[in-house]
Ligand binder design. Structure first.
Ligand code: 5GP
Ligand code: MN
Length: 320
């Protein structure tokens, strides 16, 4: 895998996109609204420029986002496709194996992105990768049609926690106004992405909330395989609890630790503490205020491991 260090300008990437003939777009594993939204909008942009483009991802797209996809996602990358990667902080987090020659484009907003592709457009000030893709539409004078606008709207809406996080800017709101003018109806999108839950998901969220323990300025919830079995829900269903965990007053770091086949997946959130830095110490990454990692330990041990790491950073209240 090549690692290059150059970040390109919007104009350079616009020119580069015009040179492509056959493209596959992929994103990170465990895709969320921005991953899929930005990818779909990029697929549509490349098609508008006259090239062939497909979305390629080895995992199933989550049900609540499947409506954004133009047909089925390809499961394997064909060798004659140029690979464009959206919203992915590291090449090894892509949903398909990156070819020897590397990805051709890396478009992202994670500040820890090491600029791993031949062309890189990484802008940590963007609230979502979707915001950067919207800039490319503008740069290339490609008007936003409704499906592209919906994809971009889902990206911005999900990565800003519904316009609530610190990453939201006046500019992002102005873009959202343009997306509404292009035909996005927020209530319909809300219906499609937020009212798709199941009773199983509701139950695992309940378990996850009930399992929350406060350690001074930290709040940690753990969910285990037995909880999935008991509720019939999945690991990702349990992560739906994270925004509710964040409602506790006076907590600086929230961690959701859920059992996965490799051990435990941790999702970290904060308003003040650089949790990206903490995630990187465990080999993970992400943003300053929203980050994640995977550890080989099971959830109970993963909690102790995390508390050990937080000890020097936060007041854990001596309650351990
Ligand atoms: P989440 O907790 O929603 O899975 O992830 C929060 C943020 O951290 C996202 O931007 C995601 O891309 C990033 N992230 C989560 N897990 C990992 C990981 O294992 N490695 C890296 N590099 N980033 C991660
Ligand atoms: Mn994103």
């Amino acid at each position: 895998m090549k690692t290059r260090t150059k970040n390109n300008t919007l104009a350079e990437i616009a020119e580069f996109l015009k040179t492509l003939d056959r493209v596959a777009v992929t994103t990170h594993v465990g895709a969320d609204g921005d991953a899929i939204g930005a990818s779909v909008a990029l697929v549509r942009l490349v098609r508008r420029l006259g090239a062939e483009a497909v979305f390629c991802h080895a995992e199933a797209v989550p049900d609540y986002l499947a409506w954004l996809l133009p047909g089925e996602a390809l499961r394997e990358l064909a060798p004659d496709h140029d690979l464009l990667v959206a919203d992915t902080s590291r090449a090894d987090r892509t949903g398909v194996p990156v070819p020897e020659t590397g990805a051709r484009l890396n478009v992202d907003h994670h500040e820890d992105n090491p600029l791993y592709a031949e062309y890189n457009l990484v802008s940590p000030r963007a609230a979502a990768t979707a915001e950067i893709i919207a800039d490319l539409y503008a740069e290339l004078d490609v008007p936003l049609d409704r499906p592209a606008a919906e994809a971009l709207y889902v990206g911005i809406r999900t990565d800003t926690g519904g316009f609530n996080f610190r990453n939201i800017s006046p500019r992002a709101h102005e873009l959202v106004a343009d997306l509404l003018r292009a035909g996005v109806v927020p209530a319909e999108v809300n219906e499609r992405i937020n009212r798709r839950g199941s009773i199983e998901q509701l139950r695992i969220v309940g378990v996850s909330l009930a399992n929350a323990v406060r350690y001074g300025d930290a709040l940690i919830s753990t969910v285990e395989n037995a909880d999935y079995e008991r509720t019939g829900a999945t690991e990702l269903d349990s992560k739906e609890s994270i925004d509710q965990l964040r409602t506790v007053a006076g907590v600086d770091v929230v961690a959701h630790l859920r059992e996965v086949p490799q051990g435990t997946k941790g999702s970290l959130r904060s308003e003040t503490v650089d949790v990206g830095e903490i995630a990187r110490r465990f080999g993970g990454g992400g943003h300053r205020l929203a980050a994640g990692y995977t550890t080989r330990r099971r959830p109970n041990e993963a909690r102790e491991e995390l508390l050990g790491m937080l000890e020097g950073v936060l007041d854990l209240g001596g309650g351990r």
